[in-house]
Ligand binder design. Structure first.
Ligand code: PGA
Ligand code: ZN
Length: 436
């Protein structure tokens, strides 16, 4: 307790009372899918920090608005010059107009300036870029690691997360016939973060050779996982178990387990789910998962049913919510107001956390705090369209939620996050590893 108070005081002393931004500038860059996105630089006295904004493909309907130009002569309408000019105009004017005592203060001022419910006027991509670049610049100004500088969550101290490696891609992230979007492996039993990375990389390599031996393609999907011509989710799970065990790990809590993100809103239409050509009702889906979690070492399922299938969500939670983690992504959109209602209605038991779904770091941490207080898990996540920015690695450590998904242990924009976590783990052996 004494040490805690002492380190709290010394940390307080380290941080500036206020931050004066001397310049803000955005420009258009290209993300990992060849689509434009926003990069923002924030300058403070002697410091310049840059942040890149991520972008999803299987987006929830209630996500904050990602402003795209719609000019069909540039990038098929996907340009972000409007968002860029909103940063270089109105947002810059705001940020330079005064000094800021905290991240929350600047985030709230940007939300107010935007004036809409969903950041549709200035764009969540514009606002988030400033929020992230401001936090990074302020941490550098204070000569403090970003994860130590970011606001944390009371009762959930900093921690190194279980990495959930998306090793096999389907759905909106790959051109194969697989309807389920993400098949992840999570080294829950690893003794530390570095060993978890090793397990992920070894299983990934083993999976590659098993696919090649079976005559399958080893080409990659958007998040760096393999994208073979497989159709059945059960067949993929069996293959993952084979890869895990032949890499020398146990396929269980003491070793490596499977996490799924079917992203089922993408194959749900008119009340029916279509999985490998088969038409399934909501309750058929629930029964399918009930069987899958018995047959395979699955510990977490995200978006098992569609974002607007409220009854399906309730039924799924009632059926297996006491045995596996059920993560809301498309239905929750990292939105504190939506998550609050879901908690009251007993829907899911965890939330995916994507900074660009809500558009400021402050609201992201608010959503996580709400989950923590209700006993809901939080899985920090990248987007399928990424930049080499490693911000979410610091965010997941700062908030101590204990889990992150940021793609396969391959492709630069994915390993940037994992390698930043390795750097933090190496420098801070005192940090615990693992799920909460
Ligand atoms: P997205 O996919 O970034 O394309 O939305 C990630 C997910 O669904 O979790
Ligand atoms: Zn998802």
């Amino acid at each position: 307790m004494l040490t805690q108070v002492a380190s709290f005081l010394s940390r307080e002393r380290l941080l500036a009372m206020s931050y004066t931004v001397t310049n803000v500038h955005a420009h258009e860059i290209i993300d990992s899918r060849a689509k434009p996105t926003v990069e923002v630089a924030v300058e403070m006295e002697g410091v310049r920090a840059v942040a890149g904004v991520p972008s999803g493909a299987s987006t929830g309907a209630r996500e904050a608005v990602e402003l795209r130009d719609g000019d069909m002569n540039r990038f098929g309408g996907a340009g972000v010059l409007t968002a860029v000019s909103n940063v270089n105009g109105e947002l810059r004017d705001l940020v330079l107009s005064r000094s800021w005592e905290s991240l929350a203060e600047i985030d709230r001022a940007m939300i107010e300036l935007d004036g809409t419910e969903n950041k549709g006027r200035l764009g969540a991509n514009a606002i988030l870029g400033v929020s992230m670049a401001f936090a990074r610049a302020a941490s550098q100004y204070d000569r403090t690691a970003l994860w130590k500088w970011l606001p944390g969550i009371e009762g959930q101290p900093p921690r190194l997360p279980v990495p959930c490696f998306n090793v096999l891609n389907g759905g909106a992230h790959a051109p194969n016939p697989l309807d389920f979007q993400e098949f992840m492996i999570s080294p829950l039993g690893a003794p530390n973060f570095a060993e978890a990375m090793r397990a992920g990389a070894e299983v990934y390599a083993k999976l590659k050779s098993l696919l090649a031996a079976g005559g399958h393609s080893t080409g990659l999907g958007d998040e760096g996982g393999f994208a073979p011509d497989l159709e059945s989710p059960e067949e993929v799970c069996a293959l993952l178990v084979e890869a895990i065990t032949s890499a020398g790990y146990s396929a269980g809590r003491d070793g490596v387990m499977i996490a799924l993100d079917p992203a089922s809103s993408e194959f749900y239409d008119g009340g029916t789910y279509t999985v490998s050509g088969e038409k399934l009702s909501s309750s058929d889906m629930v029964s399918r998962y009930e069987k899958m979690i018995v047959d395979y070492p699955i510990w977490s399922i995200e978006d098992g049913v569609a974002e607007n299938d409220d009854e399906g969500w309730k039924a799924l939670t009632d059926a297996i919510g006491d045995r596996v983690q059920l993560v809301g992504d498309d239905n929750f959109c990292t939105n504190p107001a939506i998550i609050k209602r879901a908690i009251e209605n007993g829907v899911a038991n965890a939330s995916l956390i994507k900074v660009n779904q809500i558009g400021t770091l402050t609201e992201t941490i608010e959503a996580m705090t709400m989950c923590h207080e209700a006993g809901y898990g939080q899985m920090v996540s990248h987007r399928s369209g990424e930049t080499p920015d490693s911000f979410i690695a610091d965010l997941v450590v700062a908030t101590g939620c204990g889990q992150i998904k940021t793609g396969a242990p391959a492709r630069g924009e994915r390993i940037a996050k994992y390698n930043r976590l390795l750097e933090i783990a190496d420098a801070h052996p005192e940090l615990s590893y693992g799920l909460r």
